[in-house]
Every structure is written in C-alpha cells, then in structure tokens.
Design a protein around this ligand. Structure first.
Ligand code: INI
Length: 156
C-alpha cells in the first residue's frame, strides 16, 4: 500500500502573508477580498493575516523574498493584475514576477503563491477577480492552505 501525502483545506496554525499590488487596484482589491474571505471562511483568524501593499506587480518578488527569508509565514500569497498594453512592458513584468516568486518558494521551502492575473483586457481581469471565471485571489488562498498542510506533513 503506498504511503500517500496530500494537503487539506484545514488551516495549519501560524501566520499568513498577502502581498498585493496597488496597480489596477480595482482588480487587486477584489483579489485581496477573495483571498481573505477564503482564508477566514476556512478558519484562519483575521489577526493571523498580514497584508502588505506594493506599488505594482513588479515589486511583489522583493517583498515575498524578504518574508520568505524571515520564515514567519505558513504561506505568502502574491496578488496583482497585469493587463497588456501597447508595448511589451507586461511581458517583462510577468516573466520577472513568475520566475522571482518561484525562486523564493524553492529557495526557502515556503509556498509563495502566484496570484497575478496576466490578462489581455480589463474584461478578462474582471472575469477572474470575482466575475464569470472565479477569483484568482480565492484560488490562491485555497492553494496556500493545501500547500501549507502538505508541507507540514512532510519530514523535514
Ligand atoms: N504593474 C501592474 O501591477 N500591472 C500592470 O498592468 C502594469 N503595467 O501595465 O504597467 C504595472 N506596471 C508597474 C510595475 O509593476 C512597476 O510598479 C513599475 O514598473 C515600477 O517598477
């Protein structure tokens, strides 16, 4: 019989960080609300959640790295909304952010969640921040709970 490890939605004790970009705040505010609602609905206390605002998505990795290095959080949820414009600016942001967050997660062994919408239009972003296609912030919170629970079960 194989020994199986799987995380659950039951919150492990500890603190949770949400780093959120102010750029496109009408969208990121909804992602934040979705993330906080999911965490608290599953049983995380409000007081165990720290929210940190950064100017734009590009600034998410430096804060995530600092928090991960401090080892105070069960998971670090990073939320942003990058919407394609007339130039390739969005591609540079998306690449730097996705690689940066993945690097911090791997290096420190802490779940660093990629809750950044990478959309072609405002409409796509609205649909993914509580509209017709769900809420990326809520999805991130659910993934954070599962990963924290799984990592807590693994031998160190
Ligand atoms: N930041 C975002 O979070 N979303 C965007 O769509 C965006 N666009 O399109 O420019 C954006 N730019 C700002 C960027 O994240 C940095 O804050 C800025 O470049 C300073 O480093």
């Amino acid at each position: 019989m194989p020994r199986t490890f799987a995380g659950s939605q039951e919150p492990v004790a500890g603190r949770w960080a949400i780093v959120v970009a102010r750029y496109n705040e009408t969208i990121t505010g909804k992602l934040l609300a979705g993330a906080v609602d999911t965490l608290t609905t599953r049983g995380v206390a409000d007081g165990d959640i720290d929210v940190l605002w950064v100017p734009g998505a590009f600034e998410l990795p430096v804060v995530a790295e600092r928090l991960a290095a401090g080892r105070r959080y069960r998971a670090i949820l990073c939320l942003g909304a990058v919407i394609r414009g007339e130039t390739t600016h969005d591609q540079h942001i998306n690449r730097a952010v996705s690689l940066g967050l993945a690097e911090s997660a791997r290096h420190w062994g802490v779940p660093v969640l990629f809750g950044v919408l990478t959309c072609d239009s405002l409409e796509q972003a609205l649909n993914r921040s509580g509209g017709t296609v769900g809420n990326k912030g809520a999805e991130c919170a659910s993934a954070a709970l599962e990963m924290a629970s799984l990592l807590a079960q693994l031998p160190s």
